[in-house]
Design a protein around this ligand. Structure first.
Ligand SMILES: [Mg+2]
Length: 227
């Protein structure tokens, strides 16, 4: 299905990496750091600047508040800022590496025009693709795939992933017509939104993805080797 397209738009979780990466790696990594961040908070550090925006003086209360936001998955802008900062440190120190599938790495390198569209921020996307676990030598240095990627879109740049208008915005930004673009995602609602503006779509069925009831509606792919 991939050959008739010149431009590819890729979702991240459930498409180029396991759906569990954020829930099983990034969230626990952050939660583990919270007590240390709050209790050792020193003045005039970037962390302290972010923490002060919560306006909670008591350290135990602050810690409980942050962990509650995490547990309830509240989309709090201060929490997002703090998480972004901690994850950046995790990637830069080599403690976090993004488990991008080997076939997806090969695809991103092989195709000329590749764009990313994820609900994670553009900043988080660049970190993720900047510190990719090398499938051949997982223990060694990570791979930086950013030079193979032509652009990044998130909810702020383009709108919600289940809205048709978001895909129209992306087409305008990349200067492509809908028929040139193939969008790949594990979420049928996102595929429907993209298809409604004429973009080609493919449904990723990776291990661990939520099963899609009416798969016959979609072009299904198990990995990027066939694309
Ligand atoms: Mg996804």
């Amino acid at each position: 299905m991939g050959d008739s397209y010149s431009t590819y738009l890729l979702d991240i979780e459930g498409t180029v990496c396991p759906i569990s990466f954020v829930k099983d790696t990034l969230f626990p990594y952050f939660a583990k750091k919270v007590p240390q961040l709050v209790q050792q908070d020193s003045r005039d550090s970037p962390v302290s600047d972010i923490l002060s925006q919560f306006h909670i003086g008591d350290k135990d209360q602050l810690q409980a508040h942050i962990l509650e936001l995490v547990a309830k998955d509240v989309k709090d802008p201060i929490l997002k800022q703090l998480q972004g900062h901690i994850w950046a440190q995790g990637y830069e120190s080599g403690q976090i590496k993004a488990p991008i599938y080997a076939d997806a790495i090969d695809f991103i390198k092989r195709k000329k025009r590749v764009f990313i569209y994820s609900s994670g921020s553009v900043k988080a996307q660049k970190l993720l693709f900047g510190y990719v676990q090398d499938p051949n030598t997982p223990a060694l240095d990570s791979l930086d795939l950013n030079s193979y990627i032509d652009g990044y879109f998130d909810i702020n740049t383009s709108g919600k992933k289940t809205k048709a208008q978001s895909y129209a915005n992306i087409l305008r930004d990349i200067g492509a017509s809908a028929s040139e673009v193939l969008f790949l995602s594990d979420n049928p609602l996102e595929l429907d939104a993209a298809a409604s503006v004429g973009i080609g779509t493919g449904l990723a069925t990776r291990p661990g993805n939520t099963p899609v009831p009416d798969t016959q509606k979609y072009q299904v792919f198990k990995n990027f080797e066939t694309l």
